[in-house]
Design a protein around this ligand. Structure first.
Ligand SMILES: Cc1cc2nc3c(=O)[nH]c(=O)nc-3n(C[C@H](O)[C@H](O)[C@H](O)COP(=O)(O)OP(=O)(O)OC[C@H]3O[C@@H](n4cnc5c(N)ncnc54)[C@H](O)[C@@H]3O)c2cc1C
Ligand SMILES: NC(=O)c1ccc[n+]([C@@H]2O[C@H](COP(=O)([O-])OP(=O)(O)OC[C@H]3O[C@@H](n4cnc5c(N)ncnc54)[C@H](OP(=O)(O)O)[C@@H]3O)[C@@H](O)[C@H]2O)c1
Length: 591
């Protein structure tokens, strides 16, 4: 039988979808214990199952997001099987560090459809390694109490911004109760979709990375948690290819950066000023020829630039192969360059979805056809975990795992396909080209809205996180605290040590109280924060809901074990405090 292509399936006659919907609606679910079926939250879903009838679930990847998905799916207790496929021999994803970097380099590299980097096989290792983009000296850029999963704290007394080794140890510990469902050293090669009895069925081909043995298995639902820091992006600047051919070894990508020593005394240009660019420029700039040149598209905030000790220059507009040089916008030319490190990020890429017509799924910058950056709208038994960027990924992946566990067990209904498409259309016109890069406050909204939505479904299952005021505050001061952590020698074990004090009493969103003195230290920040022009998180009220109406009727939400403070509400100055609405509809484009 010839299987329809992904894009072809999107065009299946509506009648099939409608028939599917009605067939599904007649099935009952063991976990459907529901309230207020007509209470649809804007852009969320009503409470009540749609009859997916999911038995077997596959998860691709045992990085943080795959592990979290597996935990929530298993905790739901209704699926016949949950199997996690991981190509490496250990969990952890990017945190599963390899001293050996990737040996693959394509210059330029703008295609999300290039073949994945082949693994490396260091002598004496039984299984091949898929090199991670994490480098030797790397600390978390999110404070540990905020970064961690709900059910496991980073060890007490540890660094407030843990090292990569500590994060990997933490993930290995976090994986203990799901390791029995992880198939290690197993790479998913292909995923195909077919219809059986009006239901989606997913045929997965897998290969052992050790023996090369190939096998197939069919699942009812798939979580794609394969990460998106693997396929590099290097822009196609004039003469870059010629430069690379003439001067091999000068151009590299941050994915293969490991340590600064190799750049000692060299003339170095770092391209890109996001997290990798700034961190690598700081490390390399200490040993390289002075000053290291940091080539940027948009200016680096002064405090961050100062920390790097680098000289900021504009984007490279042309490579000069004969002079081993580059020309920057504005005309400045630098020659005899020893190293150019592209810290220009990565592309979304799903080589194992090629059979589904992966060009309809991603163009490298975005995954198309998803509701809430997660669930495929037309085939809602496939989901893409961990896509949002500029967020706190671990807890957000718990929210996503909790959604999938409820939706696929029919404890929670998705909105209609039309409503989900409308949501995506609205996002398409509202968000910029970096579609999955969330603006400030986006993760707060996602996490807390999810909690609120899920609180209204079946009481069964593992609760997702909900951020209280203190966590919202940590999210606000995190980047500044990381700078202070670095300035003070990377040894602090608490935010207090760095001069950041959480104090509920300093919440300036509360009415002034007699005798209350203003905070003496500017870092004693109020948990109330400006998100963007006209939009703010207001923590001054009681338990109202993030852009969602108060749940009607008797179903009041259970208290989160972490909710020691009133949950935040999102308001817009435009709409005032009384009007409920979907938060995402008021978010500005990410900057
Ligand atoms: C340099 C760097 C620093 C970062 N720093 C932070 C930080 O400080 N704090 C933070 O919270 N986040 C940080 N992040 C973000 C990081 O990506 C997340 O913490 C987290 O790793 C995302 O988890 P994931 O499971 O989505 O993806 P990944 O961690 O990428 O895991 C994906 C897993 O899928 C597996 N896989 C892929 N394809 C297949 C296949 N075909 N078959 C089987 N298995 C497959 C991979 O082997 C991998 O184990 C950083 C990222 C990078 C690149
Ligand atoms: N824990 C840590 O300290 C740490 C360290 C490194 C990375 N990380 C994480 O790793 C992930 C990936 O980060 P990343 O920095 O590698 O990628 P990224 O966030 O995608 O950033 C890519 C950067 O490249 C810039 N860029 C693209 N094309 C350019 C061009 N032609 N000229 C100049 N600049 C160009 C982009 O500029 P624009 O901003 O203009 O688009 C952006 O600043 C993120 O999750 C990040 O948080 C964490």
């Amino acid at each position: 039988m010839t299987l329809p292509s992904w894009s072809g399936l999107r065009l299946l006659p509506c009648v099939v979808l409608v028939a599917q919907h009605f067939m599904a609606a007649n099935r009952t679910s063991p976990s459907a214990s529901l309230t207020h079926p007509d209470a649809e939250l804007p852009h969320m879903g009503s409470v009540g199952g749609t009859g997916f009838g999911v038995g077997d679930v596959a998860v691709v990847g045992a990085g943080p997001c795959g592990l979290a998905a597996a935990k929530y799916l298993l905790a739901q207790g209704v699926f016949d099987s949950v199997v996690v496929f991981e190509q490496q021999s250990e969990v952890g994803g990017v945190w599963n560090y390899s001293a050996d970097p990737s040996r693959t380099l394509r210059v330029p590299q703008q295609s999300p459809f290039c073949p994945p980097d082949p693994p490396i096989r260091p002598p004496g290792t039984p299984s091949p390694l898929f090199p991670s983009p994490v480098y030797e000296m790397l600390h978390a850029n999110i404070p540990a109490p905020l970064m961690q999963f709900l059910d496991l704290d980073f060890p007490k007394g540890g660094l407030i911004f843990p090292t990569r080794e500590q994060i990997q140890q933490y993930l290995v510990e976090y994986s203990q109760d799901v390791r029995h469902v992880v198939k290690f050293c197993t790479q998913i090669k292909d995923i195909r979709l077919r219809q059986e009895g009006g239901k989606d069925r997913w045929d997965l081909d897998a290969e052992s990375t050790v023996t090369g043995e190939v096998f197939s298995r069919t699942f009812d639902a798939v979580v794609v948690a394969s990460g998106h820091y693997s396929t590099t992006y290097i822009p196609d600047v004039a003469s870059i290819e010629d430069f690379h051919r003439t001067n091999p070894g000068i151009i590299t990508h941050s994915k293969s950066y490991r340590k600064a020593e190799a750049f000692s005394g060299k003339k170095v240009v770092v391209v890109g000023n996001a997290a990798s660019g700034l961190d690598i420029a700081t490390q390399v700039g200490r040993l390289s020829q002075q000053p290291l040149l940091l080539s940027v598209r948009s200016p680096t905030p002064p405090d961050k630039l100062e920390r790097t000790g680098c000289q900021e220059v504009p984007v490279i507009v042309e490579f000069l192969p004969a002079e081993r040089g580059v020309k920057f916008r504005g005309g400045r030319v630098e020659t005899d360059i020893d190293s150019i490190i592209f810290c220009t990020g990565y592309l979304f890429s799903y080589p194992f979805l090629r059979g589904l017509g992966s060009s309809g799924i991603t163009d490298g910058r975005r995954v198309y056809g998803l509701h809430r950056d997660l669930i495929h709208i037309d085939h809602s038994t496939i989901a893409f975990a961990g896509l949002p960027m500029k967020v706190v990924p671990f807890p957000l992946s718990e929210s996503q795992g909790a959604i999938l566990a409820r939706v696929w067990s029919d404890a929670l209904a998705l909105p209609s396909k039309e409503a989900m498409r409308r949501w995506e259309d609205e996002m398409t016109s509202g968000r910029g080209p970096a579609f999955h890069a969330y603006p400030k406050g986006g993760d707060i909204a996602y996490i807390n809205e999810t909690y609120d939505w899920i609180s209204r479904a079946s009481p069964s299952g593992k609760p997702p996180p909900r951020w209280n005021e203190e966590r919202v505050w940590m999210r606000q001061i995190g980047a500044e605290a990381k700078l202070e952590f670095e300035r003070s020698g990377c040894a602090a074990t608490s935010l207090d040590e760095l001069g950041f004090h959480y104090s509920h009493a300093n919440d300036q969103s509360r009415p002034p109280q007699e005798g209350r003195s203003p905070p003496s230290n500017p870092r004693e920040r109020s948990p109330s924060t400006t998100l963007a022009q006209g939009t703010r998180i207001d923590l001054s009220h009681g338990p109202t809901w993030l852009g969602c109406p108060e749940p009607p009727g008797p179903a009041s939400p259970p208290a989160s074990p972490h909710a020691r403070f009133a949950p935040p509400t999102i308001q817009t100055e435009r709409d005032g405090p009384s009007q409920s609405q979907d938060y995402y509809s008021v978010l500005p484009r990410p900057s």
